[in-house]
Design a protein around this ligand. Structure first.
Ligand code: FAD
Length: 516
C-alpha cells in the first residue's frame, strides 16, 4: 500500500506530519495550517477522522492559503513533536498562521464543532483575522463597495478579466467560500457585496441574497445562471466561464481538437453517452498490453486475471462476438488447473477468432479521447469499464455486492500500470470496500471513490485542460443529483445519483458509434 500513518493515508488531502517534515510544513510557510493532533487509539479521534478528511477534500482548492495537517501522537516517533506543542488531549486542533516562527505552538482551537461546514467557517474566520503578513495567495475576503468596484473598473485593464460579485447577507459565508474556491483560477476576481451596500444593490437591482452577478460596467452586467443559489453551483459556474483557467494552464485552444493529416482524426462525441468503442479499447489494452507485462502469471496475479475475465464474461455488455470470445477465454482459464500460466498461451486464446467470436484488435478512444496523446485514453476507459460493470451487475440481478469491486481491486493491484494509482486505490478499498452490501451500493461506492480521485487530481499536470476534473456528474449532466441541505450546504441525492448512473452506464444507453 501507499504511505500510511495512523488514521490518514497519503490519499487524503491531509498533510501527514512527522518529525522530519513538521518544520517545513508548519513554520515559515506561505500558507496557514490547521493541524489535528490525535492518537490513533482514541475513539473520538477515529470518529473525527472522516470529518477531517471530508473537510480536507472540501477545501482542497484553498490550499495555497490554508491547508490541513494531522499528526499521530500515539506513534512513539512523534512523541517529541506533540510534547513540544504541549498537547494534552486528543483530538486537539491548532491554527498555525502563515510565516510562524519555529518556536510557535499555534493557537489552540477550543470546543470545535465536528461539522464540516462549521469547521470551514472557522477557517474563514481565522483567515480573516490573520495577523500581517497573511498568506500571500489568500485573496481579499472582506466586503467590497461601489466606490471600490468603480475604481477597479476604471483603473484595471481588464482583458479577459471577469469580475463576479456575490451579493449576500453579512452572516453568510458563501461569498468568501466562492472567493477561496476560485483562488487557483486566473482571469476572474470574486468579491462579496453585502445586502446593506445600497448603491450596488440598487444599481444592479439585486433582490435575492445570495445571488451572483458578472459585472463589466455600470450598465453592463448579468446575473450568473445557476440551478441553485449556493456555493458549489457558483464555484462550478465561475470555474467553467470562458477564459477562466487554473493558474499555469493555458486556456484550451479549439485547435487542439483539430488534427493534421498524419494524426488520428478527432472523433466528435456526446458527453452524455458512454461509447462501446472505449469499453472495447479498454479490453484490448488491458488484455494485450497490461497483462502482457507478466510473461508468467501465477499466485495472486492469476487469481486477479481469473476474476477479471469471469466478471467480463458475466457482465460485459458487448456485441455478441465479443461476448462469445470472452466466454471462450473464461472457459480456457477455467481449464488451466496448474498454479501458473504463460502469457503466450493466454494470448493465443485471445487471438482465436471466428466470425462469431472475436475481441477488438486495436484501441479507438472516443469519449476517452484526450486533447493530447498523454491525456485520458486507457485510465479513463478503465474507470468507464468498471462503472459499466457495476451497473450491469445490478441490471442482471446479481446478488453478489463484492464481485465486480473485488475484481477491480485485484486487477488494479496486479496489473494496472500506474503503480501509485494502484496504491491509492488499494487504500480506498482497504478503508471501506468490504462494507458494500448490495450491488447498488457497489455502483455508488465506485462513483464516490472516483469523485475522491477526481478531487485529488483536479489541477494536476495530468489533467486535460479540455476535460477538467469535476465532482461528477456536474449540474449540467444531472440536475436532480444535486441538492441543498437546510443549512445551504451542497449534498448529493444518492437515490437520484444511483438512478442517473444506472441510466448513464446502462447497456441500452451505450453508443455503438465508431465501432469497426
Ligand atoms: P476519468 O477520471 O478517467 O473519468 C472517465 C470518465 O468517467 C469521465 O469522463 C466521466 O464521464 C466519468 N466519470 C467521472 N467521474 C465519475 C464518477 N465519480 N463516477 C462515475 N463516472 C465518472 N491518476 C493519477 O494521476 N493518480 C492516481 O492516483 C490515479 N488513480 C487511479 C486509480 C484508478 C483505479 C484508475 C482507473 C485511474 C487512476 N488515475 C490516477 C487516472 C485518473 O483517475 C484518470 O483516469 C485520468 O487522469 C484520465 O482522466 P479523465 O479526465 O479522462 O477522467
Amino acid at each position: 500500500g501507499g504511505v500510511r500513518s495512523g488514521l490518514y493515508t497519503d490519499s487524503d488531502q491531509v498533510a501527514i506530519l512527522t518529525p522530519d517534515n513538521v518544520d517545513a510544513v508548519l513554520f515559515n510557510s506561505s500558507s496557514a495550517t490547521l493541524t489535528e493532533f490525535y492518537a490513533s487509539w482514541c475513539g473520538h479521534c477515529i470518529a473525527f477522522s472522516p470529518v477531517w478528511k471530508r473537510l480536507a477534500l472540501d477545501i482542497k482548492e484553498w490550499r495555497l492559503a490554508v491547508q490541513l495537517a494531522a499528526i499521530d501522537c500515539a506513534a512513539e516517533s512523534n512523541r517529541e513533536v506533540c510534547i513540544r506543542f504541549n498537547i494534552k488531549g486528543y483530538p486537539s486542533l491548532r491554527f498555525i498562521p502563515a510565516f510562524s516562527s519555529s518556536d510557535s505552538i499555534g493557537e489552540d482551537i477550543r470546543a470545535f464543532s465536528r461539522d464540516v461546514t462549521d469547521l470551514r467557517h472557522l477557517i474563514i474566520d481565522k483567515l480573516e483575522s490573520h495577523k500581517d503578513p497573511g498568506p500571500p495567495a489568500c485573496p481579499p475576503l472582506e466586503k467590497t463597495s461601489a466606490r471600490e468596484i468603480d475604481s477597479y473598473v476604471e483603473n484595471s485593464r481588464r482583458q479577459n478579466q471577469n469580475l463576479a460579485l456575490v451579493f449576500e447577507e453579512e452572516k453568510s459565508y458563501v461569498g468568501r467560500e466562492v472567493i477561496l474556491d476560485l483562488l487557483q483560477y486566473v482571469n476572474i476576481t470574486v468579491r462579496r457585496v453585502l445586502n446593506s451596500e445600497e448603491e450596488l444593490v440598487s444599481r444592479l437591482g439585486v433582490t435575492d441574497f445570495p445571488s451572483v452577478y458578472l459585472y463589466n460596467t455600470h450598465t453592463n452586467y448579468s446575473r450568473l445562471k445557476v440551478l441553485k443559489e449556493a456555493r458549489v453551483f457558483y464555484s462550478y459556474a465561475l470555474q467553467s466561464l470562458p477564459g477562466v483557467v487554473r493558474e499555469g494552464q493555458t486556456p484550451p485552444a479549439a485547435r487542439d481538437l483539430i488534427r493534421n493529416k498524419t494524426e488520428e482524426q478527432w472523433r466528435p462525441f456526446n458527453k452524455t453517452r458512454v461509447y462501446m468503442s472505449d469499453l472495447e479499447s479498454a479490453l484490448h489494452y488491458s488484455l494485450r498490453v497490461e497483462v502482457a507485462s507478466h510473461s508468467v502469471i501465477n499466485g495472486t496475479d492469476l487469481t486477479a486475471l481469473r476474476h477479471y475475465i469471469s466478471v467480463l464474461k458475466k457482465y460485459f455488455p458487448g456485441r455478441p462476438p465479443v461476448k462469445n470470445a470472452l466466454k471462450a477465454v473464461n472457459d480456457w482459464l477455467q481449464d488451466q488447473k496448474g498454479t501458473s500460466i504463460n502469457y503466450s498461451d493466454f494470448r493465443a486464446t485471445l487471438k482465436t477468432t471466428s466470425p462469431d467470436s472475436y475481441l477488438p484488435k486495436a484501441v479507438r478512444w472516443v469519449g476517452c479521447q484526450g486533447s493530447k496523446p498523454q491525456f485520458r485514453g486507457f485510465p479513463c476507459a478503465m474507470w468507464t469499464l468498471f462503472h459499466t460493470l457495476t451497473v450491469q451487475a445490478v441490471e442482471t440481478g446479481s446478488n453478489d455486492p463484492q464481485e465486480v469491486l473485488q475484481a477491480m481491486r485485484r486487477y488494479v493491484g496486479s496489473f494496472f500500470g500506474c503503480r501509485p494509482c494502484a496504491d491509492h486505490f488499494q487504500n480506498m478499498a482497504d478503508e471501506s470496500m468490504d462494507q458494500v452490501l448490495s450491488p447498488s451500493t457497489a455502483v455508488l461506492w465506485l462513483w464516490s471513490r472516483h469523485n475522491r480521485v477526481n478531487a485529488r487530481l483536479a489541477g494536476e499536470l495530468s489533467e486535460d485542460p479540455h476535460f477538467p476534473k469535476v465532482q461528477w456528474p456536474p449540474p449540467d449532466l444531472c440536475v436532480s443529483c444535486h441538492s441543498l441541505k437546510p443549512s445551504g450546504e451542497h449534498t448529493w441525492l444518492l437515490p437520484e445519483v444511483l438512478a442517473f448512473l444506472k441510466t448513464y452506464y446502462s447497456a441500452q444507453h451505450l453508443s455503438h458509434d465508431y465501432l469497426s
